[in-house]
Design a protein around this ligand. Structure first.
Ligand code: HEC
Length: 147
């Protein structure tokens, strides 16, 4: 469980929360259909097939011919704020936006599992499909072992 947690933190936790830990770029996975391995695999292998409307990513081309991609976390008459995959916010004044379009691809990269060893994939799934209480005891265990 501890190993799977580490894989999660490195591969997914940069964008997702699970059991109260991790960044909040993508949806919190604690309440996702985690016990459903087919569902998880589909989402991980091909993130762009189904994207929830709240998590559609946008591409902005600025006057300086810079292209930024991210989730639109704020939109006012004055500016648009994009949150990129590195958890950085970009406030783009409307006057500097040349083009703004919905992206067809998810902010979540595909091929994430290909970068892992088979054992790491198994550890990751064991951790993601565990119950919160088990994960919590793994947490106290890893604290124990650090003493
Ligand atoms: C760069 C950020 C990023 C990384 C890294 C990332 N994801 Fe995602 N993930 C997202 C975003 C944004 C969405 C929402 C858009 C979508 O469905 O593609 C998402 C959607 C999902 C969903 C669907 C959840 C739902 O409720 O719609 C699952 C499941 C998921 N990710 C699992 C993972 C797992 C497991 C990993 C690690 C192997 C991972 N993600 C890595 C950003 C990321």
């Amino acid at each position: 469980m501890v190993k799977g947690k580490k894989v999660f933190q490195q591969t997914c936790g940069t964008c997702h929360k699970l059991f109260e830990e991790g960044n909040a770029i993508g949806p919190d996975l604690t309440s996702a259909d985690r016990k459903n391995t087919d569902y998880l695999l589909e989402q991980i292998v091909n993130p762009s097939v189904y994207i929830r409307p709240e998590y559609v990513s946008y591409e902005v081309e600025t006057g300086a011919d810079q292209i930024l991609t991210g989730l639109m976390v704020e939109s006012t008459t004055a500016a648009v704020t994009l949150l990129d995959k590195n958890n950085e916010r970009h406030v783009l004044p409307r006057g500097q936006i040349k083009q703004l379009r919905e992206s067809q691809v998810s902010l979540m990269p595909d091929g994430l599992l290909e970068a892992l060893q088979p054992q790491q994939v198994m550890d990751l799934f064991a951790y993601m499909q565990s119950n919160e209480s088990v994960a919590a005891s793994a947490k106290s265990q890893s604290l124990e072992s650090r003493k």
